[in-house]
Write a protein that binds this ligand. Structure first.
Ligand code: GLA
Length: 687
């Protein structure tokens, strides 16, 4: 590992793109292990993750360890030149643990204490659980911490199990005492004057367990913050054991995207040597590709540089009630898509398809059918591609991987805030709004970063602020000064409404941002499900609208119908040498696409490659040490031709001769001169 500094982190640069995935040898015998190694070599797999759910096998009885099998597996992998991440198996405590320490099981808000039988059955704040985690992490680190094949520590798996039991109550109170020091301050922050909730002693405070009616929103958001911090403390403890045992291998834990979010990622990222993520498509349709981009841009933001894709599904797209087959070309395009946006790996769940257990139908690099299969041929094909693009790994000297001029401001607080009940419109979610903005920029072919509120915004022309409901005073100042200095700030409805205690800023919405936006809204007008609200200029809103009075701003689009007809819907305020735009309704996706494309054009943010998006081709530039690389992923239906200067590393084609990009195909171009790359429909002969 080597690399340039960016922020607190050292850029993670392995010696090759890590290729492979979760490997569960405990599900088979040594004959299959031998077969696995042969196939891994055939596919050019260089990295597996061992031990994610191996606790019962590694410690069959408390304090009795059985590592002979793992020694043997590691020996075989090492002989074959295959490296490994070693997981601490703490996401799945074995039955002996829960039988012996029933108090260490997690409790649901309704008081149901869970039992073992699946996975993730633990109360993260239970002392017995934490001690058992420390012991097994220590044992593994002492035994394998300096192994030459060890690429890194995969601590736990997808932290995100909430607990509402007695241990959580005690830990929550400790966290609250540290935050508020005095009970009166908590009573004030939570506004416990409402509904007679005033606390007279710390011990009276509970996690938000089932109660008669809706909870206090300040209590809810603090519980989410506490849960994230408590899980981070558990992560830190394991890393401490690993370091005390002398292991210096990088440590990470795999974040989970896309549907749930129990962590405040910015603080977690600072505790990891490299940020990693698991990403599963949320749609089998064409939107899956936009989803890859969204997940990758988010993760690159959290990481502040290169990151690791720790899991994706090679062969399936799992939806609520069925699994669709993922074609080879999509698997390859997606894999290159993550890399284009900063991943240093293409790791999967999982190497070999299980024949039993709860995930026996989950996709794998080696499917049930074995090596004579379309899926395994795809595994081999990707292995070849990754070797061909190895030079892309090293990031640019300043550590920035993207050349994005637009950033989306993200914070988990607002995800959690929008999940509190009894907002004017409980159908609105943070994820949907952020995703919709990102999708519009993606459809316009515009590169996007995701940044923490308050981050260094040098180099951006625009900051987009979707539904940042909870806003700190410093964030308001940060946005104002960005605009003052010539930037464009685009703020959506449900932003700047509340302070960090979930208390609404009064005097008109959006409280904290009124001055900067030059408007004041006295009321919101929520729409019925499916109701469409026309705006001037042909845009259409939904779900939410506001009665806005212009103070210093002017109207870009008015409401064209309904009770707000003739009143401003989208406004613009000059701010220093820049501007602040407010969008007071949830634009429907097509209108949103149109709006953002127009705004980007107006402020001079160009797509990565002119004309590519219209052909269904996604173009991404990843900045490198010596050169920059343009990834082209053809999600569309008609063949295209690429010309200009550069070499496609996948086919060794010189663009000067024209590169044919077939539907479903990909290219990774070592660029000589970005401005001279062009894309156009193929001539009929090339189809
Ligand atoms: C998660 C887990 C894996 C597996 C996959 C299935 O990401 O980390 O163990 O369950 O989901 O998609």
């Amino acid at each position: 590992m080597s690399g340039a500094k960016r922020g607190a982190a050292v850029a993670y640069v392995p010696d090759r793109f890590l290729y492979g995935g979760d490997y569960n040898p405990e599900q088979w015998g040594e004959d299959v292990w031998r077969e696995d190694i042969r196939l891994m070599r055939r596919a050019r797999v260089n990295t597996v993750t061992l031990g994610v759910f191996s606790w019962a096998k590694l410690e069959p009885r408390e304090g009795e360890y059985d590592t002979a099998w793992l020694d043997r597996v590691i020996e075989m992998l090492t002989e074959a030149g295959i490296g490994f991440f070693l997981a601490t198996p703490t996401a799945s405590p074995p039955p002996w643990f829960t039988a012996r320490y029933p108090d260490a099981l997690n409790v649901r808000p309704d008081g149901t204490r869970l039992a073992h039988g699946s996975r993730d059955t633990y109360a993260v704040s239970a002392p017995a659980y934490r001690a058992a985690c420390r012991r097994i992490a220590r044992m593994l680190a002492e035994r394998y911490g300096d192994h030459p094949g060890l690429r890194g520590w995969h601590v736990h798996n997808e932290y995100g199990t909430l607990d509402y039991g007695p241990h959580a109550a005690a830990a929550f109170r400790r966290w609250l005492r540290a935050r508020y020091v005095e009970l009166d301050r908590l009573n004030d922050a939570w506004m416990t004057a409402f509904w007679s909730q005033r606390y007279d002693a710390w011990d009276e405070i509970l996690p938000p367990v089932s109660t008669q009616y809706v909870h206090n929103p300040a209590q809810l958001i603090d519980f989410r913050r506490y849960s994230s911090d408590e899980m981070l403390a558990a992560y830190d403890e394991q890393v401490r054991e690993i370091r005390q045992a002398g292991s210096r291998a990088p440590a990470t834990t795999n974040f989970m995207l896309p549907t749930w979010n129990h962590l405040e990622q910015w603080s977690w990222a600072a505790h990891q040597d490299v940020v990693s993520v698991d990403h599963y498509l949320d749609s089998n349709g064409p939107d899956g590709e936009a989803h890859v981009a969204y997940g990758s841009d988010l993760t690159r933001g959290w990481a502040g540089g290169p990151w690791l894709l720790m899991e994706q599904n090679p062969t399936g797209v799992i939806t609520r009630d069925r699994t669709y087959t993922k074609p080879t070309s999509r698997m390859i395009r997606n894999s290159l898509g993550y890399i284009a946006r900063g991943s240093q790996s293409s790791l999967f769940f999982q190497w070999r398809a299980s024949v039993g257990g709860s995930e026996q139908w989950h996709g794998a690099l080696v499917p049930h059918a074995g090596e004579d299969s379309r899926a395994f041929a795809a595994t081999c094909e990707l292995g070849e591609h990754l070797e061909k693009i190895a030079e892309v790994l090293a990031p640019s000297a300043d550590g920035r991987l993207s050349a994005a001029e637009v950033a989306i401001a993200w914070h988990a607080d607002s995800w959690w805030a929008l999940e509190t009940p009894h907002l004017p419109n409980d159908a609105l979610t943070y994820r949907d709004e952020v995703r919709a903005v990102h999708r519009s920029l993606w459809r316009a072919g515009v590169a996007t970063d995701v940044i923490r509120p308050g981050a260094d915004a040098t180099g951006y022309r625009a900051i987009i602020v979707p539904c940042l409901y909870v806003i700190a005073t410093e964030t308001v100042e940060w946005l104002r000064s960005f605009a003052e200095q010539g930037g464009t700030v685009i703020v959506s409805y449900l932003t700047g409404i509340a302070d960090e205690t979930m208390r609404i800023v009064t005097g008109g919405y959006p409280g904290a941002l009124r001055g900067m936006l030059g408007i004041s809204a006295e009321e919101v007008e929520v729409l019925a499900p499916g109701e469409r609200l026309e705006l001037s200029g042909g845009l259409v809103g939904s779900e939410w609208s506001e009665r806005i009075a212009l103070r210093a701003a002017s109207s870009l689009h008015d409401y064209a119908a309904g009770v707000l007809e003739g009143l401003p819907a989208i406004t613009r305020n000059r701010q220093g040498s820049g501007e602040a735009i407010y969008v007071s309704t949830k634009l429907e996706q097509e209108s949103r696409d149109e709006f953002f494309a127009a705004q980007m054009k107006r402020i001079g943010v160009a797509p990565v490659l002119a004309g590519a998006a219209d052909l269904g081709v996604e173009a991404i530039v990843r900045r490198g040490r010596e050169r920059d690389y343009m990834f082209l992923l053809h999600h569309g239906a008609d063949a295209a031709t690429v010309t200009g200067q550069g070499i496609d590393l996948l086919t060794s084609t010189d663009l000067a001769n024209g590169l044919a990009l077939a539907p479903g195909g990909s290219a990774v171009i070592r660029m000589s001169d970005a401005d001279r790359i062009a894309i156009m429909p193929a001539t009929p002969g090339e189809k």
